[in-house]
Design a protein around this ligand. Sequence first.
Ligand SMILES: Nc1nc2c(c(=O)[nH]1)N[C@H]1C(S)=C(S)[C@@H](COP(=O)(O)O)O[C@H]1N2
Ligand SMILES: [Mo]
Length: 498
Amino acid sequence: MVAAAAALGSAEPVAALIGRGTSPVVAVGLAVIDLVPRPVKDFGIRTFGQHDKLALLTGVVVLLVLFAVGCGLVSRRRRWLGAAGVALFGVVGILAAVTRPGAGPLAWLPSLIGAAVGVAVLVFLASPGAAVGSAPSTSGNTGPSRRHFLLLSGTVVVGAAALGATGRFLGGLRDVARERLTITLPRAADPAPPLPAGVDLRLPDLTPFLTPEKDFYRVDTALAVPQLSTDDYRLRIHGRVRTPLTLTYADLLDRELVERVITLACVSNEVGGELAGTARWLGVPLASLLDEVQPEDGADQIVSRSVDGWTCGTPTSVVRDGRDALIVVGMNGRPLPIERGYPVRMLVPGLYGYVSATKWLVDLELTSFADVDPYWVERGWKAQAPIKTFSRIDTPRPLSTSKAGPIAVAGVAWAQHRGVERVEVRVDGGPWNVAALAPVPSADTWRQWRWNWDATTPGSHTLEVRATDRTGATQPERRATPFPDGATGWHSVVVTVD
Ligand SMILES: Nc1nc2c(c(=O)[nH]1)N[C@H]1C(S)=C(S)[C@@H](COP(=O)(O)O)O[C@H]1N2
Ligand SMILES: [Mo]
């Protein structure tokens, strides 16, 4: 049994490098699924439900342990028979791995290495040096050697378990990352309109219009990034609907995809904060899916759930008001990055992330605000959270020193889905000056702005900014913290003119 544990454990890290399907336990398990008759399979799924795969792998391991015990007993008579048994199991592992559909050229390696390590451990532990004879001598004088043997075997088993667990963990990580690289997204039936010329004023220190992936803020409660595969991916749409719907990843890609440039923002932004980013998102219009499932009257909340259990509540009416609420599969022309919710997330322009942007999305339940409080609402944040109008001075940097003369004051402003109508800047509490606005592709993105300050008076100055959205509402001066539904107040920076 110790030798078998060493064999399995040492095969896992090798399998992690080559591919999850090449682990002897997994390969044999998959072969069993292929070989057993349909009724047995159905029985397994009925009995173990979601844990069917775990049950199967446990079964494989239990059989292996029994086999190992058998080998151990036999090898008390004939030492070589034990080694032959371990080798035989290696052969079974190799056969199972190389006959998998799509098996790579190195699929045999993990089982071979496992078997070699298993045989070596068996031979070593059974050698006189490890103090266990082919048959135990009469009791009484075996104390120290028995202890020595137990210590050795214990070490081997713990080592094998550690190797195996590490291998399986790394293998899981690697496989989803690799799977993502193999995906080719279909073209959008309705592509994003080209960005208007001049969308990016390209000033030093000014936030670029499109956020490079590495600079895009990340906010979630996930301790470990969920590793969700497209293989068995399902999006369930259910609850208070007439016809529930379950979609696979392929089903989503088969739909008419829409691509839009949208600025996502976090409610936790302080005044002047940087928790916002703009990207090109590809996805299925959520409104079209709702039309299919037909929500009941009164189902005013869509509760979306992540595979890790995090939940989020979005008003049904907002998703259906004509805006580009998306079930997102792509970001900037590539499959969603893993930490952005791969393979599928949600996005609703105009709503803060905590009420709209569920990553690793697996479930949409139509319900009501009266019935369900999602994750952050349970913790006191508001259930309704449209993004508040926001403006920020990016340049000049706070506490920087500039030469007297013309100084470009610039930044970004946003009021997603309403649109930014006007940005104004003032110096030292003086009159407001209207800034020039860069063009935008839609009301769903942030907008760059610039005002040319003729800075003549040396000394310390305070610059303030405020934006007005297309409904005519100007950002209030009153400062409020992000809790419970987003910060308010004018951003200001203090700079020195030399
Ligand atoms: N599964 C899951 N999705 C989530 C969250 C989370 O904690 N878990 N956080 C939300 C919040 S608060 C925000 S602001 C956005 C951030 O998305 P990003 O990390 O891609 O920028 O994701 C949303 N989606
Ligand atoms: Mo957030």
